[in-house]
Design a protein around this ligand. Structure first.
Ligand SMILES: Nc1nc2c(c(=O)[nH]1)N=C([C@H](O)[C@@H](O)CO)CN2
Length: 117
């Protein structure tokens, strides 16, 4: 299966376990890889046959702007389900990084694979 990717997508959301995190917005950095057969899009040169990474990015930004989860695990799981359902994506890899959560680390977070990648 071919793959489409979105790297280093910064989103703004309410995320965190602690009281001080519930009243602020923080950045999450997302890296996504989608399973997608690109042959129909390539043969037709028609965006309607492609997985439109701009439309997917917009949906992710909208999801994050509404979300208020405590755990990055929940953010990742719910976002993966929304994208797979709404864009008929057969499989994806999603890495969610929370920069600055552990000051000594460049980043911490989760990476999940769902469906067939
Ligand atoms: N596995 C996780 N561990 C932690 C999370 C999380 O979402 N998943 N979150 C926190 C706090 O919100 C932290 O990021 C605040 O700096 C701690 N551990």
């Amino acid at each position: 299966m071919d793959r489409i990717f979105i790297e280093g997508l910064d989103v703004d959301t309410v995320i965190g376990v602690y009281d001080w995190e519930r009243g602020i917005r923080q950045c999450l950095r997302l890296d996504l890889t989608f399973a997608w057969d690109i042959r129909a899009a390539a043969a037709s040169d028609d965006l309607s046959h492609a997985l439109d990474y701009a439309a997917v990015s917009e949906r992710i930004q909208d999801f994050a702007s509404q979300a208020q989860f405590q755990l990055v695990e929940t953010f990742a799981e719910r976002l993966a389900a929304v994208l797979m359902e709404e864009f008929q994506i057969p499989g994806l890899r999603l890495k969610v990084t929370k920069p600055g959560a552990v000051p000594a680390a460049a980043g911490v977070g989760v990476e999940i694979v769902r469906g067939c990648l």
